[in-house]
Design a protein around this ligand. Structure first.
Ligand code: NA7
Length: 540
């Protein structure tokens, strides 16, 4: 497999990896250190970190708890690294990923400032030929995308943005030097996980913050705080147990989901359990009952509880009503967690606009015009999310066998086998691709599982003398049907405007993209596929 390494142009590697975030760093490590392959990582940014490189907006913080939001492949790394808070802030996760890059000597095989423009499969040579924006050319037997699920900013096409005289930013492309909100009138569009984190921090500095809300959202307090040294010690002592729990869990988080059902619990006791979960805070709230995502009646009990908390927190009942007018079942869109989000609307310098009642018409040179009002603003913050899961892959011109592009293959929505491969695209693997549990899980757990599966697959190919692996069209069709059946067994498709369905981007096909059958089940399916001689794939 060590081919043509001396050829100057294009430069040949055994594998090319796109992206130097959690996925790309670990993929490089596995292929180089475990299989001895020549690998190059191509990264558009001028630093490693992926999501955590780009998302530097005020309040950016991980919603997974820090002791679960990290690599588990190296016991030494787990032992050495000290998280400072219950949830790591963006700078801390970025420091961690930089530490990993240094500790495992990864930088020498990472090319920064290098955006991949196209990748074409050369059938004659059985190679992927990759070209960057700068015209550099590379070739490799294997192409592995580790581009992240939330890495293409969704900036809504609102008329007038070009003429805006103030400054505007998307949260996912935040300036590295930060933004000074002092004495500024700020307009924030979007109240997803990002907007809910950003608003309280922006409000602390801005002269005035106006939050433009299209869809009201649930949120549970994160209850962040410094990591207690005793808890840190316990976590380190019990790390193998915690890793095991994350591997066995449907969502990859280091906590168990209760076996109780909300609908079978006495209402007073149920309320007490919700209260207790609310006090503990964070994504664990969902784990208080097992039936919240599959039974509307169960979900109603959680959503009523959460709506009552909004009304109890917000001083002005008219504002509370707008925030609590939520149109989808709890956790059918990504459930945010927060620090003082609803409390922020009690501040004198914060106001809320209900875009359902008063939609944005255009952006004016000095602010935003809704149907009935004009808002003078100095800074606009777009917390408007991402062209999730497919956006970044489709921006690269990926062309497989017979000149068929990924864009053509996915014109009616992404179609993959296991979220790992697409028929017609041999030796192309997509880390946390659509059709895999990815965004429904604690991401590093999903990433480690994918990277290790890909590494084992390439090792098996090498042992069997296979030079190419490709998912069959039947395996792809069956997998897509299975993903849909799993989604239909939950309440998730009921959130018609969710980015899980691609509904946040105008014109994007509506397909439920992540695999909702559970990480534990998915892990077993992938292991079984490998054990059955990579059934569903053709190896040549
Ligand atoms: P999300 O969850 O996609 O949230 C985006 C928000 O922006 C959401 O409230 C949207 O309202 C709103 N939005 C999007 N376009 C518009 C327009 N045109 N007008 C008004 N409001 C708009 O993205 P986040 O960045 O918050 O979170 C993404 C993930 O990152 C998150 O789930 C975590 O995994 C980390 P809508 O709901 O579409 O009506």
């Amino acid at each position: 497999m060590d081919m043509h390494t001396s050829s100057p142009d294009p430069r040949y590697y055994d594998a090319l990896v796109i992206g130097a975030g959690f996925g790309g760093l670990y993929q490089l490590y596995c292929l180089r250190e475990r299989l001895g392959m020549s690998v190059l990582v191509l990264e558009a940014a001028d630093g490693v970190g992926g999501t955590w490189y780009w998302n530097r907006y005020p309040g950016a913080r991980c919603d997974s708890e820090s002791h679960g939001y990290c690599y588990t492949f190296s016991d030494d790394l787990v032992r050495e690294w000290e998280w400072s808070e219950r949830y790591p802030g963006q700078p801390e996760v970025l420091r961690y990923l930089n530490h990993v890059a240094d500790r495992f000597d990864l930088r020498r095989d990472i090319r920064l400032d290098c955006r991949v423009k196209s990748a074409r499969f050369d059938e004659v040579e059985n190679l992927w030929r990759v070209e960057t924006d700068a015209g550099e050319r590379y070739a490799a037997r294997f192409l592995i995308t580790a581009v992240g699920c939330l890495s293409s900013a969704n900036i809504p096409d609102i008329p007038g943005l070009d003429g805006f005289k103030g400054d505007w930013y998307h949260t996912g492309e935040w300036p590295h030097q930060g933004v000074d909100f002092t004495a500024k009138r700020v307009g924030q569009i979007g109240t997803g996980s990002t907007g809910i984190q950003a608003a309280p921090v922006i409000a602390a500095d801005a002269a005035h913050l106006t939050v433009f809300q299209r869809t009201a959202n649930y949120s549970v307090p994160a209850r962040n705080g410094p990591m207690d040294p005793a808890i840190r010690r316990q976590i380190k002592e019990r790390y193998h147990e915690i890793r095991e729990a994350m591997h066995l869990s449907p969502n990859g988080h280091p906590f168990l989901i209760s076996e109780r059902k909300a609908v079978e619990t006495d209402p007073a006791e149920r309320e007490a359990l919700y209260e207790e979960a609310w006090e503990k805070g964070g994504l664990r709230f969902r784990a208080v009952f097992q039936d919240l995502l599959v039974d509307q009646a169960a979900n109603d009990t959680a959503s009523e509880f959460l709506k009552s908390k909004i009304m109890a927190t917000v001083d002005d009942p008219a504002v509370g009503e707008i925030l609590a007018k939520i149109d989808h079942p709890f956790a059918t869109k990504r459930p945010p967690i927060d620090t003082d989000y609803f409390e922020t609307f009690n501040l004198p310098n914060v106001s809320l606009v209900d875009l359902r009642a008063d939609p944005i018409e255009c952006i004016l040179p000095n602010g935003i015009k809704t149907r009935s009002r004009e808002f003078d603003l100095d800074i606009l913050v777009f917390a408007t999310g991402f062209d999730a899961m497919t956006g970044t892959l489709l921006k690269i011109e990926i062309e497989g066998r017979d000149g068929r592009t990924l864009r053509e293959a996915w014109k009616e929505g992404p179609r993959t086998y296991l979220g790992l491969q697409v028929d017609g695209f041999p030796n192309l693997f997509t880390v946390t691709g659509p059709g895999s549990p990815s965004v429904l899980t604690n991401m590093p757990v999903a990433i480690e599982q994918h990277v290790e599966w890909i590494t084992d697959c390439i090792a098996a190919m090498r042992n069997n003398g296979a030079a190419s692996i490709e998912a069959t069209a039947d395996a792809v069709s069956d997998w897509v049907a299975h993903v849909n059946a799993c989604a239909d067994a939950t309440l998730m498709p009921k959130a018609g405007h969710s980015w899980y369905l691609g509904a946040n981007v105008p014109g994007k096909p509506r397909v439920f993209m992540p695999y909702p059958g559970g990480m534990h089940r998915y892990r077993e399916i992938c292991a079984q596929v490998a054990a059955n001689a990579y059934e569903g794939f053709v190896l040549r």
